[in-house]
Design a protein around this ligand. Structure first.
Ligand SMILES: [Zn+2]
Ligand SMILES: [Zn+2]
Length: 140
Protein backbone atom coordinates (compact mmCIF):
# COMPACT_ATOMS: atom_id res chain seq x y z
CA UNK A 1 0.00 0.00 0.00
CA UNK A 2 1.24 3.46 -0.83
CA UNK A 3 2.27 5.48 2.19
CA UNK A 4 3.00 9.17 1.77
CA UNK A 5 4.25 11.40 4.59
CA UNK A 6 4.61 15.12 4.84
CA UNK A 7 4.85 17.95 7.30
CA UNK A 8 5.29 21.62 8.06
CA UNK A 9 8.33 23.81 7.62
CA UNK A 10 9.61 23.44 11.21
CA UNK A 11 8.90 19.71 11.47
CA UNK A 12 6.60 19.86 14.51
CA UNK A 13 3.63 18.62 12.48
CA UNK A 14 3.90 15.40 10.51
CA UNK A 15 1.09 13.60 8.69
CA UNK A 16 0.59 10.36 6.79
CA UNK A 17 -1.83 9.11 4.13
CA UNK A 18 -2.22 5.45 3.33
CA UNK A 19 -4.53 5.32 0.31
CA UNK A 20 -4.37 6.27 -3.34
CA UNK A 21 -5.17 9.92 -4.06
CA UNK A 22 -8.69 10.82 -5.16
CA UNK A 23 -8.06 14.01 -7.13
CA UNK A 24 -5.51 16.77 -7.48
CA UNK A 25 -5.35 20.27 -8.86
CA UNK A 26 -4.55 23.92 -8.40
CA UNK A 27 -6.81 26.23 -6.41
CA UNK A 28 -6.89 29.90 -7.35
CA UNK A 29 -9.44 30.99 -4.71
CA UNK A 30 -8.76 34.11 -2.68
CA UNK A 31 -8.80 32.20 0.61
CA UNK A 32 -6.01 29.87 -0.52
CA UNK A 33 -4.09 32.88 -1.84
CA UNK A 34 -4.47 34.78 1.44
CA UNK A 35 -3.76 31.77 3.63
CA UNK A 36 -0.60 30.73 1.78
CA UNK A 37 0.64 34.08 0.54
CA UNK A 38 1.16 32.36 -2.81
CA UNK A 39 -0.70 33.01 -6.09
CA UNK A 40 -1.98 29.43 -6.26
CA UNK A 41 -2.12 26.37 -4.02
CA UNK A 42 -1.67 22.86 -5.40
CA UNK A 43 -3.86 20.37 -3.50
CA UNK A 44 -4.47 16.64 -3.46
CA UNK A 45 -7.44 14.90 -1.86
CA UNK A 46 -7.52 11.54 -0.08
CA UNK A 47 -10.14 9.56 1.81
CA UNK A 48 -10.33 11.16 5.26
CA UNK A 49 -10.05 7.72 6.86
CA UNK A 50 -6.61 7.28 5.28
CA UNK A 51 -5.18 10.44 6.89
CA UNK A 52 -3.56 10.81 10.30
CA UNK A 53 -1.34 13.23 12.16
CA UNK A 54 1.71 11.28 13.25
CA UNK A 55 3.43 14.16 15.08
CA UNK A 56 2.08 17.33 16.66
CA UNK A 57 -1.38 18.85 16.90
CA UNK A 58 -2.49 21.33 14.25
CA UNK A 59 -4.16 24.66 14.82
CA UNK A 60 -7.49 25.05 13.05
CA UNK A 61 -8.94 28.16 11.42
CA UNK A 62 -12.59 28.25 10.36
CA UNK A 63 -12.32 30.06 7.01
CA UNK A 64 -16.03 29.78 6.14
CA UNK A 65 -19.23 28.19 7.40
CA UNK A 66 -18.03 24.81 6.17
CA UNK A 67 -14.26 25.18 5.68
CA UNK A 68 -11.51 24.45 8.18
CA UNK A 69 -7.84 25.13 7.47
CA UNK A 70 -5.22 23.41 9.58
CA UNK A 71 -1.78 24.85 10.19
CA UNK A 72 1.31 24.62 12.38
CA UNK A 73 1.16 26.94 15.37
CA UNK A 74 4.95 26.90 15.50
CA UNK A 75 5.93 27.93 11.95
CA UNK A 76 2.59 28.94 10.44
CA UNK A 77 2.61 26.46 7.55
CA UNK A 78 -0.84 25.85 6.06
CA UNK A 79 -1.22 22.11 5.42
CA UNK A 80 -4.78 20.79 5.30
CA UNK A 81 -8.24 21.89 4.16
CA UNK A 82 -11.36 20.18 5.50
CA UNK A 83 -14.96 20.81 4.40
CA UNK A 84 -18.03 19.89 6.40
CA UNK A 85 -19.73 19.46 3.00
CA UNK A 86 -17.34 16.61 2.16
CA UNK A 87 -16.48 14.95 5.49
CA UNK A 88 -15.16 11.80 3.81
CA UNK A 89 -12.32 13.74 2.15
CA UNK A 90 -9.20 15.55 3.28
CA UNK A 91 -7.40 18.01 1.02
CA UNK A 92 -3.67 18.36 1.59
CA UNK A 93 -1.42 21.02 0.14
CA UNK A 94 0.69 19.09 -2.35
CA UNK A 95 3.93 20.91 -1.63
CA UNK A 96 3.68 19.86 2.05
CA UNK A 97 4.42 16.25 1.11
CA UNK A 98 7.95 14.89 1.30
CA UNK A 99 7.40 13.69 -2.30
CA UNK A 100 5.24 16.41 -3.91
CA UNK A 101 6.20 15.19 -7.37
CA UNK A 102 4.01 12.11 -6.79
CA UNK A 103 0.78 14.10 -7.22
CA UNK A 104 0.63 15.97 -10.49
CA UNK A 105 -2.28 18.46 -10.68
CA UNK A 106 -5.12 17.50 -13.03
CA UNK A 107 -7.22 20.69 -13.10
CA UNK A 108 -7.57 24.30 -12.05
CA UNK A 109 -10.42 25.29 -9.73
CA UNK A 110 -11.72 28.75 -8.79
CA UNK A 111 -10.11 29.97 -12.00
CA UNK A 112 -12.30 33.09 -11.79
CA UNK A 113 -9.97 34.46 -9.11
CA UNK A 114 -6.70 33.66 -10.87
CA UNK A 115 -4.33 36.63 -10.45
CA UNK A 116 -4.08 38.43 -13.79
CA UNK A 117 -0.30 38.22 -14.08
CA UNK A 118 -0.27 34.51 -13.23
CA UNK A 119 -0.38 32.76 -16.59
CA UNK A 120 -1.36 29.14 -17.06
CA UNK A 121 0.47 27.42 -19.88
CA UNK A 122 -0.86 23.88 -19.36
CA UNK A 123 -3.87 22.28 -21.03
CA UNK A 124 -5.60 21.12 -17.84
CA UNK A 125 -9.35 21.67 -17.40
CA UNK A 126 -10.10 25.03 -15.81
CA UNK A 127 -13.23 25.38 -13.68
CA UNK A 128 -15.24 28.15 -12.06
CA UNK A 129 -15.55 27.25 -8.39
CA UNK A 130 -15.10 23.56 -7.74
CA UNK A 131 -16.44 22.87 -11.23
CA UNK A 132 -16.11 19.28 -12.28
CA UNK A 133 -14.42 18.29 -9.06
CA UNK A 134 -17.53 18.83 -6.92
CA UNK A 135 -20.29 19.42 -9.48
CA UNK A 136 -22.89 20.29 -6.84
CA UNK A 137 -20.87 23.38 -5.85
CA UNK A 138 -20.97 24.80 -9.36
CA UNK A 139 -24.60 25.71 -8.76
CA UNK A 140 -23.98 28.17 -5.94
ZN1 LIG B 1 5.82 23.85 11.90
ZN1 LIG C 1 -8.76 27.54 -2.56
Amino acid sequence: MAIHDGGCLCGKLRFRVSAPMLESGYCHCRMCQKNSGAPVVAWVTFPAASFSWIAGEPGTYASSAHGRRQFCSGCGSYLVFLSANYPAEVSINTASFDDPGAFAPRMHIFAESRISWFHIADQLPSHTGFGGFHPADARD
